[in-house]
Design a protein around this ligand. Structure first.
Ligand code: 23J
Ligand code: MN
Length: 258
């Protein structure tokens, strides 16, 4: 099949529903939980909305619109390499300069939900990836690796943040996915791409430190990962084009074969 046929097949699949479009994003509101860092660090503000007008403009016609305010890392959001010191000197490392070709790619979904339900500090390991690949095949270069934990089903902020006891990757699996698989990035359902306790790991914050150090990306606070197959979905994850953005809230869309 040539690429024009691939795209016409995609259009036909979208029209027939043979390809499902799944929203992997959470709703942004003042209730959206935001990461809580130790008190010595500056905190990121949550979402606030302020009306510019509410169908109350004088004169002809009326309209509604708002001003939005939030940290760059709020709700479902993209982590750019420039977010971390290890990634700050790469070329094209910010939300406005990343090549758009890197924002669309295949997803490999590794299900750690059963373990995370028992132990909130569950870590993704190299052994987990080997076991996944034995069943589903090798993770291709340029893939997004998404860690399913069902954390997005926790609907109170307290349960979701869980006093910084949340799952994430260990440092060895980050090295493996970077060096041996050349992934595009790593995505999670939790508030940040690193485990809640990752500040104390052998490599502190291994996803941030190593992925961004390798000019790769993160996705946090994803939802609906239970609606994705282990392989076969394509995700579109395009952050806002903020000048020198360290990240941005975004709508992550998955194209899923039925
Ligand atoms: C700043 C400091 C530590 C962390 C984070 C941000 C994030 O998780 C983030 O959203 O990038 S762990
Ligand atoms: Mn972030």
């Amino acid at each position: 099949m040539n690429s024009a046929q691939v795209l016409s097949g995609l259009a036909a699949g979208l029209a027939s529903g043979g390809i499902e479009v799944v929203d992997l994003s959470v709703t942004l509101s003042p209730e959206t939980p935001v990461i809580r860092l130790p008190d010595i660090f500056a905190q990121s503000p949550g979402v606030s909305f302020e009306a510019i007008s509410e169908y109350d403009a004088p004169g002809a016609g009326t309209w509604y619109w708002r001003t939005i305010r939030m940290g760059e890392h709020t709700g479902t959001h993209f982590d750019a390499p420039v977010h971390w010191t290890t990634g700050k000197d790469h070329a094209a490392n910010a939300t406005d300069t990343i090549a758009p070709q890197r924002l669309v790619g295949p997803a490999c979904v590794i299900d750690k939900s059963a373990e995370a339900a028992i132990n909130p500090d569950t870590l993704l390991t190299v052994e987990d990836v080997h076991a996944w690949e034995a069943q589903h095949g090798r993770i291709p270069a340029g893939a997004w690796v998404l860690m399913r934990t069902d954390w997005s089903k926790r609907d109170s902020a307290e349960d979701f943040l869980n006093d910084s006891h949340t799952p994430g990757p260990d440092s060895a699996v980050m090295r493996f996915l970077i060096e041996q698989r050349d992934v595009q990035g790593f995505g999670v359902e939790t508030v940040g791409t690193d485990a809640g306790q990752a500040g104390g790991f052998d490599v502190p914050f291994p996803c941030h430190t190593l992925m961004h150090g390798a000019n790769k990306f993160g996705l946090a606070s994803l939802a609906n990962l239970d609606r994705l197959p282990p392989t076969g979905a394509i995700i579109v994850a395009a952050p806002l084009k903020l000048k020198n953005g360290s990240g941005s809230p975004l709508r992550v869309i998955a194209l899923v074969p039925r």
